[in-house]
Design a protein around this ligand. Sequence first.
Ligand SMILES: [Zn+2]
Length: 374
Amino acid sequence: MPAEVEQITPVQALERQRRGALLIDVREDDERAGGMPEGAVGIARATLAQRVSGLAPRHDQPLLTICATGNRSLLAASTLRQLGYADVASVSGGFRRWQSDGLPVAAGAFDADAADRYSRHLLLPEVGASGQVKLGKARVALIGAGGLGSPAALYLAAAGVGTLTLVDDDKVEKSNLQRQILHADARIGMAKTDSASITLAGLNPRVRVEARNERLRAANVEALIRDHDVVIDGADNFPTRYLLDAACRQLSLPLVYGAVHRFTGQVSVFDARRPDSPCYRCLFPEPPAAEDAPNCAQAGVLGVLPGIIGLLQASEAIKLILDIGKPLVGRLLCFDALAATFRELRLPRDPQCPGCGSDAVFGGYEDVQQICAH
Ligand SMILES: [Zn+2]
């Protein structure tokens, strides 16, 4: 005898879904291609028994099933009960009634690959199916495919960010491999953007990588970052940082800043969309003299350090895309690896800032590039 299954209306299902229940559309892939309930995960009934544990590892996860009219979902729900799931209900009337009740429908819903791949995200109410769709539509520009860009790109690709634009004109060198884990010994001499594309495609073939094998300059900075949702600063030089800061302000884009030096690193978010947000030049009004600001090639850096800072940048980028949590706006997070401490400094907007202050004048990107030449 099949275990008895509760049947609920689509409206009740939507309520439970909003409280964290996972709605599984058990129709076939081609049936779901025409749309499915918003936030639902599609797994055909024949593969449900073998796939569900990947999606719901805990047997107390509330599950809902839906099909076209409510018959197959009843059988699927019964299967789930037999597999040990305690809280299962089937949607009576199925997707047909869901639609006629005017409930939200998503086009181009998850296929089985995406449902599996992102199952741990789908379990989080703060991400869930709608968050995963946002990630899939998001475009993130990573400036630098080096120490900071490597961990950030890897985890953003793994998380399902739809498009990653990588801007870097360097080639892979042996001395990079101590920390730039996007690359590989066998690819020494290859353009970093090409090497990165290979690694990222291997990790998540769904992600689109746009490789820009060029140096970011006054002439191309806007074109390189325009039409993105978030920009990640993984640069190793001041002209790039000052140009990025200016362009993100002009284009009103959030900039996730990160920097490393020997055993320490820092992270912050400069969000030009917010009137209260500082910018990079609130922190560093003018570039320091070259001898006061040695780069990693001169000063050295502990290999794991950019990994930690780059991942904090990736975490901030994902929060910005999903609009969850509290971004590092107005705060500078400093990490000291030797002391194993995090310290948070207040970073208010500076009314006298030469970048975003009330008297600041934007004289074009060539001017910004010039201030770094002195
Ligand atoms: Zn500023």
